[in-house]
Ligand binder design. Structure first.
Ligand SMILES: Cc1cc2nc3c(=O)[nH]c(=O)nc-3n(C[C@H](O)[C@H](O)[C@H](O)COP(=O)(O)OP(=O)(O)OC[C@H]3O[C@@H](n4cnc5c(N)ncnc54)[C@H](O)[C@@H]3O)c2cc1C
Length: 260
């Protein structure tokens, strides 16, 4: 058995079309409007928010006599008043590798604002099994021995089944798929796999809050601690209200403005 840790790859994020934005600003009568947003996503969210009240500059809407200057204060106010819908306009695209089916079962419960592509264990045959070993198991020599022995037995079973049904020589792909799917039923829920996960910023904040909470499971806390750091480094103004406290060696990411 190979011991692994969850890995986070940020592979995509929302990009601004500068010409398109400039054309809109010309149309709206504010051709010179600029933002100090640190990222395209934060700029785009600011624009989507400001267009609601035409709050690009005072007087553009006669009802608006002053506007919040700067991306950071603007987004801080959006979060504070709970206008989370504008955060839905921008998204991040992640691949999580070496995560267990425990984690993926938990992750797919988050439906709103997410998109998912999961490695198919009907198509991808299990051979060598890798797994994240939880702290309580790692701390005990006997626990570790039982964990490793179980995984090794299950690896052996996968190989025995492959041999018994001669899957390597099977010509028909649908037959291979049926066999692979039958074999996976004898795989452990802790088996490491890969999932592609895209998420808009409103949903991302909610999932970070829920899944770094000390009541959440250890592996998903480890995963979302990493997700939070990556997301915050690139988009500091969207997470400026967050505080971190370390619990059991993992970050607990908290805010007074939960679930905007
Ligand atoms: C510590 C912990 C323990 C858990 N234990 C269990 C457990 O024992 N058993 C279990 O089954 N699950 C458990 N869960 C999963 C939990 O119940 C949720 O299903 C999961 O966290 C998804 O969150 P969410 O419901 O906020 O959905 P998300 O999809 O993340 O949605 C975000 C928000 O959008 C709104 N929303 C989304 N969909 C709808 C809808 N259809 N209708 C109305 N509003 C909607 C809600 O306000 C929701 O909070 C646990 C989660 C955690 C963090």
């Amino acid at each position: 058995m190979k011991s692994v840790e969850p890995k986070v790859f940020l592979i995509g994020e929302t990009r601004l079309v500068e010409d398109g934005l400039q054309s809109y600003l010309n149309h709206a009568g504010v051709p010179g409007w600029k933002s100090d947003a640190p990222s395209d996503s934060e700029l785009l969210i600011e624009v989507m928010g400001r267009l609601c009240y035409r709050s690009f500059e005072p007087g553009l809407n006669p009802n608006v006599t002053r506007v919040r200057e700067g991306n950071a204060p603007y987004l801080a106010n959006i979060v504070q008043v709970g206008h989370g819908s504008v955060l839905e306009h921008a998204a991040l695209n992640f691949i999580f590798a070496d995560v267990s089916r425990v984690v993926t079962h938990e992750l797919v419960r988050h439906r709103a604002g997410t998109s998912i592509s999961q490695e198919s264990l009907r198509f991808v045959r299990l051979d060598a099994l890798s797994a994240y070993v939880p702290l309580h198991i790692r701390e005990s020599e006997t626990g570790m021995e039982i964990f490793a022995r179980t995984f090794e037995q299950l690896e052996t079973i996968q190989r025995e089944l492959a041999q018994l049904y001669d899957i390597d020589d099977a010509k028909d792909f649908s037959e291979k798929k049926k066999l692979t799917s039958a074999f996976r039923r004898m795989a452990p829920i802790g088996v490491a796999t890969t999932i592609g996960w895209s998420c808009n910023f409103r949903a991302l904040r909610h999932v970070i809050e829920m899944r770094t909470d000390p009541h959440a499971e250890e592996e998903i806390r480890l995963l979302f601690g990493q997700v939070y750091h990556i997301a915050k480094d690139r988009h500091p103004n969207l997470f400026a209200d967050y505080e971190e406290e370390e619990v059991d060696g993992l970050p607990w990411v908290k805010t007074v403005h939960g679930k905007v």
